[in-house]
Design a protein around this ligand. Sequence first.
Ligand SMILES: C[S@@+](CC[C@H](N)C(=O)[O-])C[C@H]1O[C@@H](n2cnc3c(N)ncnc32)[C@H](O)[C@@H]1O
Length: 232
Amino acid sequence: MEKTIDFDTNPPVATTEYDDRARRAIPGYEAMHTMALSFLKFHLPETANLLIVGAGTGMELVKFSNNPQWQLLGVDPSTNMLAIAQQKITQNDLSNRIKLFQGYTHELPETPLYDGATCILVMHFLPDDGSKLALLQSIAQRLKSSAPLILVDICGEKGSREFEKTTAIIKLFWEEMGMQPEQINEGMKTIDKGVYPIAESRTIELLQQAGFGDLVKFYTGLWGGGWVAAKN
Ligand SMILES: C[S@@+](CC[C@H](N)C(=O)[O-])C[C@H]1O[C@@H](n2cnc3c(N)ncnc32)[C@H](O)[C@@H]1O
């Protein structure tokens, strides 16, 4: 049986290589985070408390900390990914504004409520058996009314003609981005066995079921989709 993806025990890519690989593998990775930041700046007050779900190696934490009055909590189950995030926090002297929590969102206390949240490139690792909805609900429970959520995920229905076509294009994109054949194979294996993408219509349905509205799609990167939504 295939092991499910776990960034500590069965990572899709060595955690030390994550930052480079994400920039090559995810179309517009840096620009997508910059767009997310722009939406947050538009929606949030100057002083705000942000919940970063699936903080990983700290991309959002460091990028969003360019706003000196935001406090950030990064949540992630992976010790190895958070260790890299912690190094960046220390190097950038951000320990007073960024805290880390190793674990899951539903394990966080139900207060304080946050002014905004992100969940970037996380939900596709969870199957659509109630786990995706539970993740979104655990975020919704910790947000103030009207608070924005940025959700970015790989989308599409495995087995569909469109998904097969996009996968073939992704492979060519990865070649153009300088990924080596073994890295491409590793990526394709993750797509095949390690992620659970869903149709965009299903993502929207889950967001609405979890208590989010006012959805705006802000990012498309081949199969990647990004939305900003507001907690009802
Ligand atoms: C692909 S990385 C994305 C990291 C970062 N958000 C970025 O944009 O680069 C996915 C991260 O989600 C974390 N993760 C997996 N399942 C999670 C869950 N249920 N809740 C929170 N984080 C989770 C993994 O440990 C990993 O660090």
